[in-house]
Design a protein around this ligand. Structure first.
Ligand SMILES: [Zn+2]
Length: 392
């Protein structure tokens, strides 16, 4: 995250924002707040040290990773321990930022929180303009990262861009990955608007990055997760639009096999389990949602459930008149109940849609040109540029 870096680099801390000693300090964009120039802020000093520690762990992690192998059995374990330490420091940093906006916190001050946000927006804007002035197109800009592309740009070009942005924003910036292609998916609310938190991308080395798809969610039945993972693996072999279309044909056959197995009843019931977290106690549910029905079933059979616990169930007959027949707690499920083929079929089809987002329809034999608005989401090569090397 970029916020802690802003706190460290720009001395933003509750006691440095609008201090009394520096009436002529430069103003924070948008807000006009001042930041102290004479004293180092306490949270700035704290996050600075945490950031530095994370950087050191990253180096050690890389060394350990490079050494790991049969000769050095401890290295892999060391690498994972450094990685965990980095992760816990990251959460401390996130809290340092978050708590500036919390009025009951000793080091909370909403103006500091606002100043950090304003600086982050400003820096992102500067980065965007810099990239555009060099002929890059911005695909997406998030809190702390940019997705940019330019026809024919090489890795070196992107490295240079990252350095220039680093120079003008005074914030560390690293290239996270260079992608062969990325597919930004539309928001669920509005099919016309692609969103940055639902996408899949394939890096140069074939590694997948997936966000917001069903296979990343904890409540998705394993059968859907596995189908998506297999399909993504096949699609990750594609290098351009044409090979993507060919791979998609292969992917459709994978989907078909899943649908066939579902229809002929040869799916293991474990593959169909849906997990949900209880947000309240079983009696407190008013409506007949799946969670409520299943929680009551378990409650009746003497299972003590508390909010926060996870329940597992199978969709048995979602259209039934009797709520109790619609879903069945997994532990109470008996074979004669079967499962709701239509519902699971629908779930599989729904989970396949992202892959067909801008590809030809199934009936098409050739690979027709996708509509211009759609092809624009598939760009190559394409890189993401998160702000920060030390924190990612
Ligand atoms: Zn001051």
């Amino acid at each position: 995250s970029e916020y802690p870096n802003i706190m460290a680099r720009f001395n933003v801390s509750p006691e440095t924002v609008n201090c009394r000693c520096c009436p002529d300090a430069p103003r924070v964009p948008e807000l006009g707040y001042r930041v102290c120039r004479q004293r180092r802020g306490i949270t700035s000093r704290v996050v600075e040290r945490l950031i530095e520690k994370r950087r050191q762990y990253k180096q050690r992690m890389k060394v350990a990773e490079a050494m790991s192998g049969p000769q050095s059995p401890d290295s892999a374990q060391n690498a994972s321990s450094y990685s965990l330490r980095r992760a816990s420091l990251k959460w401390l940093l996130v809290c340092c930022f978050g708590y500036t906006g919390y009025k009951n916190a000793r080091f909370g001050k909403i103006e500091a929180h606002e100043a950090i946000n304003a600086l982050a927006r400003e820096k992102l804007l500067v980065a965007k303009e810099m990239a555009e002035s060099k002929g890059y197109r911005i695909l997406h800009a998030l809190v702390d990262s940019l997705y940019v592309t330019r026809q024919g740009a090489t890795r070196e070009d992107y490295e240079r861009l990252a350095q220039e942005i680093e120079r003008v924003t005074n914030l560390p910036l690293a290239i996270e990955a260079v992608y062969r292609y990325v597919v930004f998916l539309p928001s669920r609310q509005n099919a016309e608007i692609p969103v940055p938190n639902r996408f899949f991308a394939v890096a140069e080395d074939g590694e997948l990055k997936v966000r917001g798809l069903e296979c990343r969610r904890h409540d998705t039945p394993p059968i859907v997760v596995r189908m998506q993972q297999q399909v993504l693996k096949v699609l990750s072999e594609a290098h351009d639009f044409k090979s993507y279309c060919l791979k998609l044909e292969e992917a459709r056959r994978i989907l078909d096999r899943y649908l066939d197995r579902l229809a002929d009843g040869s799916v293991d019931v474990e593959e169909l389990i849906i997990s949900k977290r209880l947000t309240r106690s079983p009696e407190a549910y008013q409506k007949d949602t799946a969670t409520a029905i299943v929680a009551r079933q378990l409650h009746r059979s003497g299972v003590k459930l508390r909010p926060g616990e996870t329940i597992e169930y199978i969709i048995t007959d979602a259209g039934s008149k009797f709520p109790d027949d619609r879903f069945r707690a997994f532990t109470l499920w008996e074979a004669w109940r079967g499962y709701d083929v239509r519902q699971y079929r629908q779930a599989l089809l729904e989970a396949f849609k992202p892959f067909e987002h801008f590809a030809p329809l199934r009936t098409g034999l050739a690979c027709p040109q996708a509509s211009p608005t759609r092809t624009s989401h598939l760009t190559r090569p394409h890189r993401s540029l998160p702000w920060v090397t030390a924190i990612d």
